[in-house]
Ligand binder design. Structure first.
Ligand SMILES: [Zn+2]
Length: 102
């Protein structure tokens, strides 16, 4: 008798856009994370994401090690970025206005 299976789908990192922007308040899809295992730096949008239940797991597109885990409960969001040794987040600046000035 086969054990019951849980449907797990594979997504790209854009799947995490909603819950991550909810926490950080900035766009994280263009953020670049460095894999703690292989050292490759990849944009969050390129992470290989598995889920959704019981949460999302984002894996390195290079070595497949776990970069992040994200679990949403009714009153909290659990975020484990322990597979990422550094995360570079681009933040909006007013420099676009300044660049137009002579
Ligand atoms: Zn890696």
């Amino acid at each position: 008798m086969d054990a019951p299976t849980t449907a797990v789908a594979v997504y790209d990192g854009n799947t995490l856009a909603g819950p991550l922007s909810e926490v950080f308040g900035v766009e994280l899809m263009t953020a670049a994370g460095r894999c703690r295992s292989c050292g490759t730096t990849s944009q969050v949008a390129t992470f290989r994401v598995y889920g959704p239940a019981p949460g999302f797991v984002g894996r390195c597109p290079h070595c497949e090690d776990v970069l992040l885990r994200l679990v949403r409960t009714p009153d909290a969001l659990w975020l484990d970025f322990s597979g990422v040794s550094a995360l570079r987040i681009l933040i909006p600046t007013d420099s676009a206005d300044e660049e137009q000035q002579p």
